[in-house]
Design a protein around this ligand. Structure first.
Ligand code: FAD
Length: 323
């Protein structure tokens, strides 16, 4: 049965996030021939709308308002609920990002619908089945809705492939005006951390360092390797606690959950809390001087050796091939 789906697209630093394109692909599967409408909210973001057609959206609605310039739960919730009132979606799909995690339960309550969060795979059909990791990624469960909808689905970045970009696809971007009032909090200013580079939660390649890296300077060769591969640097909590790097890089149970194509774990032991954030990576390479380190149990490829020798060597070899 054809379903009407809304995708809540997300932009960061004036660029659409890749997970929004993945959400459109997920929505296409769920729509079963129905209409997929991408909704993009913000301030002065209309120019980004066109791209959503190129990744498969049938309609694109842009919602602009000064109170949407920076994300706040209240303002975005109000804006999206007004769009839902008009559009009556059967299903709403969005990324399992910090914004998605914050908004989705609130939207589900307001819609009086189920929430399927952190979905990594979908079996489409009249009653779709959603696969999601449980117990910190040690097992997966499958859930299905017992009612027709509406319901909300958040998808984990890097798990559902986006459709190939169709450069020629275009359409008319619709606008939807919203009334935002009685905000309990507003964002006065956003101060960005000067990390730059590839976004860790969406990176396809991650080079993560642990306490074995021994210092902030020790992370430089890891950054060089990540830059060469077009990836991002991550870290264990051990490395963050030791102040070798910022907590924004922490991967694990109490850090970011990542599923890159390639995860290179350098000088980290592979504690269960770290594995909770990366064990679903497609290919794991571990570099550790201790052959008994638990990280080797989840690694597809292991290099037993001193990271201060292995990482520069690996970078040199890869440079010879890639540059
Ligand atoms: P270590 O366990 O000390 O490992 C360092 C490794 O480096 C060793 O295996 C050693 O053999 C290797 N090494 C040393 N020198 C070299 C060298 N020269 N060359 C090669 N290898 C070398 N941890 C997280 O990572 N993420 C989390 O989100 C997280 N959440 C937690 C939540 C809770 C409630 C608790 C209790 C803990 C949490 N932890 C988390 C901490 C976790 O239990 C571990 O303490 C932490 O992951 C260890 O970090 P590490 O692997 O860098 O350090």
């Amino acid at each position: 049965m054809a379903k009407k789906i809304i995708v809540l697209a997300e932009a960061k630093n004036n660029e659409l996030r890749n997970v929004s394109f993945e959400a459109i692909a997920a929505a296409k599967e769920l729509a079963d021939g129905g209409e997929v409408t991408a909704v993009l909210a913000g301030e002065a973001i209309a120019s980004l709308g066109e791209q959503l057609f190129q990744y498969g959206a049938d309609r694109v609605i842009v919602v602009e308002h000064p109170e949407l310039a920076n994300y706040t739960t209240d303002a975005y919730k109000q804006a999206y609920l007004q769009v839902f009132d008009k559009e009556n979606p059967d299903i709403v799909v969005l990324g399992h990002t910090s914004v998605g995690k914050d908004l989705s339960p609130r939207l589900a309550v307001k819609l009086d619908g189920a929430l399927f969060s952190d979905v990594v795979a979908i079996e489409a059909g009249d009653t779709p089945v959603f696969t999601r990791p449980i117990y910190s990624g040690k097992a997966f469960e499958k859930r299905k809705a017992v009612e027709e909808g509406p319901y909300i689905v958040t998808i984990r970045p890097n798990n559902i492939a986006a459709l190939a970009k169709e450069e020629s696809a275009s359409g008319e971007v619709e606008t939807h005006s919203v009334d935002i009032q009685d905000l309990r909090a507003i964002v006065k200013d956003v101060v960005k951390k000067a990390t730059g580079g590839v976004d860790l939660s969406e990176a396809n390649i991650i080079v993560a360092g642990g306490r074995g890296v021994k210092s902030a300077d020790g992370f430089k060769p890891l950054q060089e390797l990540a830059d060469l591969l077009g990836g991002a640097v991550g870290a264990s909590r051990g490395a963050c606690d030791a102040e070798y790097c910022d907590y924004s890089l922490q991967i694990g149970q109490t850090g970011k959950v990542v599923t890159p194509d390639l995860y290179i774990a350098v000088g980290l032991s592979g504690a269960i809390q770290h594995l909770a954030g990366m064990s679903n990576s497609k290919v794991i390479v571990a570099i550790n001087k201790d052959p008994e380190a638990p990280i080797f149990e989840v690694a597809d490829y292991g290099i037993v050796g001193d990271l201060f020798e292995v990482v520069p060597l690996l970078t040199e070899e890869l440079k010879a091939v890639l540059v």
